[in-house]
Design a protein around this ligand. Structure first.
Ligand code: FMN
Length: 354
């Protein structure tokens, strides 16, 4: 790499070249109305785009109304939502930054309160709805009790993931990330802890993988051939008998042949009570194994807050990309302030400050 910095050197994903390898992790703002982008979202994402990340990934955006985590989630299931995203995407591009969107279905973790003082299931009188999952077990006793999806409803979920991806393309996004992590619907199908089905969508690994594979296949069909497709997976449930790195690798080796270009490796979220030790870069070893055993381009996320830390992860070959979440909430201009002078993507308007 001809650069003083791994983090601030460019990366090409399929036909998309990014200025650097520091991505903004998807982070729900729970500030939408009827799934529509609001002024808050435009300001929030534009700031991080000006701040010089390589890629902004817009928060979990629902493919169906019942797939929203909270009533305030963004959605991309109708034309009005597509139109409302357009100026937000244009703002990022005007700052010289690429932008993608994470598309999601929360399954049994839908219809919950975003912020306190109330928590758990949102009742219908407060805008809540009936949630769906692999079966009828709630995440925990405070969450909504789901209805088990029928075969036809699963096919509709797949079609709606594809329709949302198509809307993302229409809105001008540069890439799409499938949310397959954190105990949301796709992860509910993947994990043996949450998928007790006995039909073709549950049981064997092949059956549990099916939804993720079919969603990937359907999305790939509607994306331009030059547009990269990313997926976020929890690499482990941190629980005996649960989803683990071996299964993550097996799945990604299939998804690679279905046109996934990038794996964003996170962990946890399927079931309450998982035991994990959280500290700086605690998910890096998961990403490193996935990278080694799939050959995919891989991102790592989770308590990576310093440039030296990020550079050493990339230098050691454990990952290709660093995703930062909360650090960019604290400091949207982190990349501009930290990048070596010859790698800063400073907007013309601000050049006199750098
Ligand atoms: C406010 C907030 C909202 C989040 N929303 C999402 C989301 O929409 N999708 C997702 O995959 N992860 C979400 N996460 C997890 C982050 O993407 C990230 O993986 C996590 O915060 C760890 O990275 P960090 O230590 O750099 O913040 C969220 C985290 C925070 C703090």
């Amino acid at each position: 790499m001809e650069s003083s910095s791994f983090l601030y050197s460019p990366l090409t994903l399929r036909g998309l070249t990014l200025n650097n390898r520091l991505f903004m992790a998807p982070m729900c703002q729970y500030s939408a109305v009827d799934g529509l982008v609001q002024p808050w979202h435009r300001r929030h994402y534009a700031e991080r785009a000006v701040g010089g990340v390589g890629l902004v990934i817009v928060e979990a955006t629902a493919v169906q109304p019942c797939g929203r985590i909270s009533p305030q989630d963004l959605g991309l299931w109708n034309d009005a939502q597509t139109e409302a995203f357009r100026p937000l995407v244009d703002d990022a591009h005007a700052a010289g930054t690429k932008i993608g969107v994470q598309i999601a279905h929360a399954g049994r973790k839908a219809s919950t309160y975003a912020w306190g003082p109330k928590s758990g299931a949102v009742p219908p009188e407060d805008g809540g709805w009936t949630v769906v999952s692999t079966g009828t077990a709630p995440f925990d006793p405070t969450y909504p009790v789901p209805v088990a999806l029928t075969h036809e409803q699963i096919l509709a979920v797949i079609a709606d993931f594809a329709a949302t991806a198509q809307r993302a393309v229409a809105a001008g996004f540069d890439t799409v990330e499938i949310h397959g992590a954190h105990g949301y619907l796709i992860h509910q199908f993947l994990s043996p802890l949450t998928n007790k089905r006995t039909d073709q969508w549950g049981g064997t690994a092949e059956n549990r993988f099916r939804l993720a594979i079919e969603v990937t296949r359907a999305i790939r069909k509607v994306l331009p051939s030059t547009m990269p497709l990313m997926i976020r997976l929890s690499a482990t449930d941190w629980m005996d008998g649960g989803w683990d790195v071996d299964q993550t690798v097996a799945l990604l080796n299939i998804l690679k042949t279905e046109g996934v270009d990038f794996a964003d490796i996170s962990s946890g979220g399927a079931v309450p009570g998982a035991k994990m030790t959280i500290g700086p870069g605690y998910q890096v070893p998961l990403a490193a194994r996935v990278k080694r055993e799939t050959g995919l381009l891989v991102g790592t996320v989770g308590l990576i807050t310093e440039t030296t830390q990020a550079e050493s992860i990339l230098a050691s070959g454990d990952a290709d990309v660093i995703l930062m979440g909360r650090q960019l909430l604290r400091d949207p201009y982190y990349p501009l302030r930290q990048a070596p002078a010859d790698h800063r993507n400073v907007p013309q308007q601000y050049k006199r400050a750098f």
